[in-house]
Design a protein around this ligand. Structure first.
Ligand code: C5P
Length: 412
């Protein structure tokens, strides 16, 4: 899986830096091209020559080293298929969480759009410190992959979590993250987050969508090589770097954005929670609480249904948040909106749907039985959805007529 890939190994200044030597050696044995970047502190533990000898490539340590070229941080980030930082110290995690860029490794991380695996290793008390916990939570929100340290006897004599996992396990984890490039050459549009329908200049109608599922899809599609347009309503999470971000407020604005990009798209995934209704009138001034009022609502256009009605060769994936009759409603929506896949999730559970990091979904297809996925991280749900979408796209790749364009109906 890792054979032929370029893995950038970041080494930071902890005693576990010596284990990174074995990691590099294992990766090289897998047929991986390894580039090592060390922080200044790491070079106090292990000599760069060790990594240069094991990887067969020069080791980069200095953002300003003339030999590395003026754009070393960009070039190294661009050349890597995957990045792993092992060990990742508390100091490095804090810098990465804050987006600091004061050395080569932290700077190239900001320039990197590929999966990054961080392997924290430190003293147990340090690992449990709320500041470190907060940084790790923020890094997870920013899209970094984190590997739990092993528990055991640490170099400092403490017993507890904080030990760098065995290099062989890090290699396995990296192999699992290794991006398939099955969406290379495709344009993918993802909608995410919640629309906001104004009532007056200060109030709106919205919903609990956090944007996490849609952003995870956008990130995964980007990692799989697609050009990604992310049309986002209100969201609680950071958009993945590297996407073409279009932020919108209302369902009408989302509709215009989606319809204007649709002709360029091969796959459209509508993860956004679009408000079904909007106030019939938007007050110019803040509405006063001087009397009882009734808010009159009108239906918003159903963007997905519109896309389904003139779908051409595009693959369309919708979401259905349900609190009852999950599969029945999902099937009806799939047919009505002319979709290739509908992701149905039960939003009545606390660990699934709006706001949570995990999701429990069914994948519903036009033909064949629906598939229930186990409760899993939204990032893994995103990968499964894209596995299916990439399969449908591959089956549909035309033999010379171009990827988009009008054919009637869908290919099932
Ligand atoms: O019918 P329902 O709202 O449950 O369908 C949800 C799916 O339809 C989602 O994929 C959502 O993004 C999309 N949708 C839409 N426009 C609307 C309402 C929902 O595109 N006005």
């Amino acid at each position: 899986m890792l054979t032929g890939k370029t893995v950038l190994v970041g080494v930071t200044g902890g005693i576990a830096a010596y284990k990174a030597a074995e990691l590099v050696s294992l990766l090289v044995r897998e047929g991986t091209v390894v580039r090592v970047v060390m922080t200044a502190a790491a070079t106090r533990f292990v000599a760069p020559l060790t990594f240069a000898s094991l990887s067969g490539n020069p080791v980069a340590c200095d953002l300003f080293a003339p030999a590395a070229g003026v754009h070393a941080h960009i070039d190294l980030a661009a050349a890597a298929d995957l990045v792993v930082v092992a060990p990742a110290t508390a100091d490095f995690l804090a810098k990465a969480a804050a987006g600091l860029a004061d050395d080569l490794l932290t700077t190239l991380l900001l320039a990197c759009t590929r999966p990054v695996l961080l392997c924290p290793a430190m003293n147990t008390n340090m690992y449990r410190h709320p500041a470190v916990r907060e940084n790790l939570a923020r890094l997870a929100r920013l899209g970094y992959h984190l590997m739990e340290p092993d528990a055991g006897r640490l170099a400092c004599g403490t017993v507890g979590p904080g030990r760098l996992p065995e290099p062989a396990r890090i290699v396995e984890h990296l192999a699992a993250l290794c991006p398939r490039r099955d969406l290379a050459g495709y344009t993918v549009l993802v909608t995410a987050g919640a629309t906001r329908e104004p009532i007056d200049p200060v109030r709106f109608i919205s919903n609990r969508s956090s944007g996490k599922m849609g952003f995870a899809l956008a990130r995964a599609a980007l990692e799989r090589g697609a050009r990604v347009i992310l049309v986002s309503g209100a969201a609680e999470v950071e958009p993945p770097p590297g996407v073409e971000l279009v932020t919108v407020d209302t369902a009408e604005a989302m509709r215009s954005a989606v319809l204007s990009f649709a002709p360029e798209c091969d796959l459209i995934v509508k993860a956004a929670a679009v408000a079904d209704y909007r106030p019939a009138r938007v007050a110019d001034q803040k509405i006063k609480k001087d009397r009882e009022r009734t808010l009159e609502l009108v239906r918003n256009p159903d963007i997905l249904q519109e896309l389904g009605a003139s779908k051409g060769n595009r693959v369309l994936v919708g979401f259905a948040a349900e609190t009852e009759n999950l599969l029945e409603s999902a099937r009806a929506k799939l047919t009505k909106k002319n979709l290739d896949l509908l992701v149905a999730n039960d939003v009545s559970r606390a660990d699934s749907g709006f706001g949570s990091d995990t999701n429990l979904v069914w994948l519903v297809f036009p033909e064949g039985p629906p598939q229930e996925l186990p409760l899993m991280d939204k990032r893994l749900v995103a990968e499964r959805i894209l596995d299916e979408a990439a399969g449908i796209l591959a089956g549909r790749r035309p033999t010379g007529s171009g990827l988009t364009g009008a054919t009637d109906g869908h290919n099932h």
